[in-house]
Structures are given as C-alpha cells and as structure tokens.
Ligand binder design. Structure first.
Ligand code: PHE
Length: 365
C-alpha cells in the first residue's frame, strides 16, 4: 500500500502539464503559424515550468482550414488530454475551434484572433490581443487624420469573419469622422483582383483599405499599382508576414497596416527582453505574431499559477483574472469578456522592411 501511495504521489508530482497548440502550420496562412510557434517556443524555453511542473506543448496543424480548425481542437482534447489550448490564429479558425473547446470545457487562449465573436458569450475562450472594433477604428482615424483620406474603397474577403468584421468597424468610424466609402468583395484564394480594382479606381478613392491576409494583400497591391493607383493602401494585422514583402515587392512599399507590436515601439521592459532573446535564438527581429505567441504562453502560464492547479475550469476563470501583466506586446489585462484591451500599432513597409510609424489608442480619440 505504501509503495502504491509513493507511486501515485510521484506520478502526481512529476506529471507534466500538457498544453495543446493549434496553429496553421501548412496551407494558405502557414507563415502565421510559423511566426506564432516561434514566439511560443521561445517563451517555453525561458519559462519551462509552472507550479513546479514542466509544461509540455503538443502542436497540431489546422492546415489553414476551418474544418481542420475544429478537428484539431477535438484531437488535442480527446487524444492528448490537454488542460488548456493556445490557438488559433485566424478568427474563422478560432470560431470553429473555440466552439469545440467551449463544449468540452477546456480553456482556449488565442494569441491573435481579433473578431469580437471569438469570445462572445463564451466562458472558455479568451485572447491576449485587442478586438476589431478597436483596430477598425484606429485604421479609420489614421486614414482620415494622417492620410487625409475622405473617400475610402473598402475591400472585403467574404470568406473571413475577420475581414467582414474589421471592414464594418472601419466603415462605421470613417463615416462618423465625416468620410465616405464604397465596398468591393473578394475571397480567400483569389489571385485576380483587376475587375474590383478597375471599378474602384474609376470612383477615385483617396485610400484603398483591404482587410484580409498577406497572400491576397500582396497580389492585390501589385495589381492596384499596375492599374495605376498611386494613393495609399491600408491594411489590417493580417498583412504582416515576410511573405507580404517577398510576393508584393515594390508594390507594397508604402503600405500601411494596423498591428499589435513592433520592436521599435517598445511597450514594456519585457518587450526589450523578448526582442533580445528572440534575436539571439532566431537571428532576426521579431514581428507581431512572434510577440503575441510569446504573450499567449506567458499569460496562460500566469493563469495556471493563479489557479494553483492544472484544472481546466480553474484555468479558464484565472485567465480572466490576469491584470496588468507585463507582456512583450504591452501591459495585458484580460477583461470579463476574455478580451485584452491594448493600443494599436501602425507600421509601414519602407525599403522592404516593416517599419514602425506610431501607436494609437482609439478609445482616447
Ligand atoms: N487578427 C487576425 C484574425 O483575427 C489574425 C492575425 C493577427 C493575423 C495578427 C496576423 C497578425 O483573423
């Protein structure tokens, strides 16, 4: 009996804490998965333990697909028996995967899904990033005040909840400020935007606002320039991946986008530590998704600490008790809806590099 007790005790004591990570490691937006994972890897290397136990990460690829986004969450919960999940990247994927996590009562923390519906009326899904009403407003203010735009052509990817939502929040704020807009549609995977662009350009917009992800944005910018549009192009956080510049080339020079982080916009002491360690490990400067992945791991680890045990329900509650936590992207407070309230960074592509412009707080405008 004594021996059995020792065995059980040591199992309990040395059982690692298992966390699932669901990301797009292949498929359309694989660059996002790669960036997020690098941030998570670094965080685990720096903080490998919590409550005296080792944290084990189980990475599963959602192949950049909605059905796989849900399947992958089921898999880490049912097969791997994780106590929490970090994921996913695209809002459509977090909506699909989050529904499963909510039903199975396993906390899921997304690093970068910004559509408000991702956490809406959920107890188990939270995020370490701002939400799109905020991001859309920041873009509208920037377009109106900094770019002096009065007429915007808004391009919407009808397949992405992220894009549809972000475009709507932009429109609302831009109109409020006194600007007007018109809309053009496209969908994920499109390679040809000349019909929409020709129509848009004929209406003489001051700015093209494209909400979507880098594969489409890079081609879109090339075609916009080829068709003779010389004005500013503005995008959302979905623009930032090295591929944007690789594919977009000269056409994305001068492209502005709203995002979460830039190493030059150092927000906290942790930003400096993060940037240093990241460069040491990977040999290049980190971007927004690297920083957000890093923060998601740290916030989840903090929540496990607050919970005092690796219990899914307690962790879910504790995530929303994280206040004024010093992350790489800024001070993180998770509110009762499971959302983080943070400022928006604006970057521009300059000489083939993502360059810091400014940090804005749309709530204050
Ligand atoms: N915000 C995007 C979404 O919700 C995801 C994203 C964030 C992509 C940051 C790139 C960088 O779908």
């Amino acid at each position: 009996f004594f021996l059995a007790m020792v065995l059980v005790l040591s199992l309990v004591l040395f059982a690692n804490i298992k966390i699932g990570v669901v990301l797009p490691m292949t498929g359309g937006i694989a660059a996002f998965g790669d960036m997020t994972w690098k941030g998570i890897e670094l965080a685990q290397e720096m903080y490998p333990e919590v409550l005296g136990e080792k944290i084990d990460l189980v990475l599963v690829d959602n192949r950049s697909e909605k059905t796989e986004a849900a399947n992958a969450v089921s898999r880490v919960i049912d097969k791997e028996k994780v106590v929490a999940i970090i994921g996913e990247v695209a809002s459509a994927h977090s909506l699909a995967g989050g529904a499963v996590a909510e039903r199975k009562r396993i906390p899921m923390l997304t690093s970068s899904s910004t559509n408000p519906l991702v956490t809406n009326r959920k107890k188990y899904v939270s995020r370490v990033c701002f939400i799109d009403p905020y991001q859309g407003a920041a873009a509208a203010i920037f377009a109106f005040k900094n770019l002096n735009a009065r007429k915007a052509a808004v391009f919407i990817d009808v397949e992405q909840d992220y894009s549809v939502g972000l475009a709507n929040f932009f429109k609302k704020k831009f109109q409020e400020l006194g600007g007007n807009y018109f809309i053009e549609f496209f969908k994920t995977g499109d390679q040809e935007f000349s019909a929409q662009l020709t129509d848009a350009i004929s209406k003489n917009p001051d700015v093209l606002y494209i909400t979507g992800y880098y594969p489409e944005i890079s081609l879109f910018a090339r075609q916009a320039r080829m068709l003779g549009f010389n004005g500013p192009i503005l995008a959302g956080d979905g623009a930032e991946a090295p591929e944007l510049i690789k594919i977009g080339g000269d056409a994305v020079e001068g492209l502005y986008y709203t995002t979460h982080f830039h190493p030059k916009g150092a927000a906290t002491e942790m930003t400096k530590v993060f940037v240093e360690k990241f460069k040491e490990k990977f040999g290049f400067e980190p971007g927004a998704l690297h920083a957000l992945g890093f923060d998601a791991y740290l916030v989840l680890r903090k929540a496990i600490e607050i919970a005092g045990k690796a219990d899914p329900k307690a962790i879910a509650v504790a995530i929303r008790q994280v206040k004024n936590f010093e992350g790489a992207t800024g001070m993180i407070t998770i509110n009762k809806n499971g959302d983080a309230e943070k400022s928006v960074v604006i970057d521009v592509v300059k000489n083939g590099e993502f360059t810091y412009v400014t940090t804005v707080n749309p709530a204050a405008e």
